[in-house]
Design a protein around this ligand. Structure first.
Ligand code: N7H
Length: 464
């Protein structure tokens, strides 16, 4: 069994709180930092077991993770960690992952961030109190580089990201941890997320201080919500019996692959189904390979009436589109939270963002290339993915895919175009890029790759 007293809480379980601060710092005095880390910070770190029960949750949960330059500054040799992307840092990979470095927040540009504290609680006041405590412990051994305050959206929007869609529905099930496993969840070995555990291809070669740690990919992803809403309003899908408003809603749902409620469009393609959305035994139980209408198998390669090949959740988890031996190599565990306020009346009226908001994206994986980098560069940003479909130029992910900020041609967003079934097209492929998205509605402002050690690993780092 996994040692959940030794694994930081965010990796497998998330922080379970509505407010979360990401506090990015540089180490100024490594010796002092390591002394304080061992004596005073380590006791503050929240474990997986503690977060799982409200009885043991601290007022403010605390996690810590280090970048490669941070570990090196602390005297840790990261060469044998076995992760080239981690060692390179996220800034050096903007080309690979499709980011425009000119749009990055200067805080993330370069390799100056050494570590990040994740502080989560019910109130920002609690978080600020814990941050003040940590800052007084560490004194001038660290310096603040950047902070991002995340918060669940208010009222009925709680759990929804800023475009309005329910988030946090689909996660892989981790063998030896996830219980119960819900219908539609794929069980995966813990070594996909935790170094040195079963299923980690480098299980036997990880240094002992790294065992039961995980790589944390952080991204500050700005969302242009009024602009996104205007796009939907301007391009309602012209489907019989739908009002323009419903046509716009359908377009948004087909870009994501779920309705705003969270109901998967593959199961309910023409209208939202809030009852289905709220049922955890049904809202994730589908596979693009299998459909009763049309015949099983047909759906997979020739038909995107129920769900576009390009839909965000299909791009990042092509259930059944690929051989499971390939598809299942690229799972991540997400623990993102929205940041920034609700859209103001003035922004909505002008269809223009003036206040920063978006998603503080966080994902855990035991191999950054197989996890985040592969998803972003090979699946999300490839116009041909999922490969082998009737349409070789599907387009990038309409939500988070990018072609350098320029126009994106996406096929299949309109359920009536192209021909739903090649047989019905007299063998002629009628590939129509029915929707052109002129700009990105999600803009990366940068991020970094971190390593979240186990609690014993933190002790080892402090002693390095
Ligand atoms: Fe995505 N969105 O609102 O459109 N995402 N995502 N994501 N995402 C998911 O199933 C969204 C981003 C994944 O197993 C849902 O939990 C937005 C990045 C994966 O079926 C919604 C942003 C990456 C899944 C969104 C964003 C991913 C997933 C459905 C950025 C990886 C699970 C709710 C601002 C590189 C797929 C759910 C599955 C689901 C949205 C970013 C990956 C609504 C707005 C950068 C693996």
């Amino acid at each position: 069994p996994l040692d959940i007293d030794n694994i930081q809480s965010d990796i497998l379980a998330g922080m379970h709180k509505n407010k979360e601060l990401f506090f990015f710092f540089g180490v100024k005095d490594a010796a002092t930092f390591k002394t304080k880390l061992a004596a005073d910070i380590l006791p503050l770190i929240t474990t997986t077991r503690e977060i799982l029960s409200v009885d043991t949750q601290p007022l403010t949960a605390v996690n810590i993770a280090f970048s490669n330059t941070g570990l090196v500054a602390l005297g840790v040799d990261t060469d044998d960690l076995g992760d080239d992307d981690f060692v390179a840092g996220q800034f050096s990979e903007t080309g690979t992952i499709g980011d425009n470095p000119a749009l990055w927040d200067p805080a993330f540009a370069g390799t100056g961030i050494h570590g990040v504290f994740l502080l989560a609680s019910d109130t920002v006041d609690n978080i600020n109190t814990e941050l003040a405590n940590i800052q007084s412990i560490l004194g001038s051994s660290i310096t603040e580089i950047h902070r991002l305050q995340g918060a669940a959206r208010p009222g009925a929007e709680e759990g929804h990201e800023h475009f309005g869609f329910m988030d946090g529905i689909s996660q892989p099930a981790v063998n030896g941890f996830t219980n119960p496993v819900l219908p539609g969840q794929t069980p995966v070995d813990p070594g996909f997320f935790l170094l040195g555990e079963a299923g980690d291809p480098s299980q036997d070669s990880r240094p002992s201080w790294a065992v039961d740690g995980s790589f944390l990919v952080f991204r500050q992803l700005q969302q242009l919500v009024p602009e996104f809403n205007q796009f939907l309003t301007d391009h309602p899908l012209d489907v019989e019996e739908l009002t323009p408003e419903q046509g716009s809603e359908l377009l948004g749902a087909r870009m994501v692959g779920r309705w705003k409620s969270g109901a998967p469009i593959f199961l309910t393609p023409t209208a939202d189904d809030p009852v289905l959305a709220a049922d955890p035994t049904r809202n994730n139980d589908f596979n693009y390979l299998i459909a009763s209408d049309p015949a099983p198998g047909t759906e997979n390669h020739f038909n995107q009436t129920r769900c576009p090949f390009s839909a965000h959740i299909r791009k990042v988890h092509p259930r059944g589109d690929l051989d499971p031996s390939v598809e299942n190599l690229h799972f991540i565990i997400r623990s993102s939270i929205p940041y920034g306020p609700e859209v103001t009346a003035a922004e909505a009226a002008s269809n223009t963002t003036t206040v920063a908001r978006g998603l503080a994206f966080a994902s855990h994986q035991a191999n950054i290339f197989n996890g985040f980098v592969f998803l972003q560069s090979i699946w999300i940003n490839s116009v041909g993915f999922p490969f082998g479909k009737v349409d070789p130029t599907i387009g990038v992910d309409p939500i988070i895919g990018t072609l350098g900020g320029g126009p994106k041609n996406i096929s299949g967003l309109d359920p009536l175009v192209p021909c739903p079934d090649i047989d019905h097209c007299d063998g002629q492929l009628d590939v129509v890029h029915d929707v052109v998205i002129q700009r990105d509605f999600v803009v990366s402002q940068g991020g970094e790759y971190f390593f979240s050690p186990s609690l014993t690993g933190l002790g080892d780092i402090a002693a390095a």
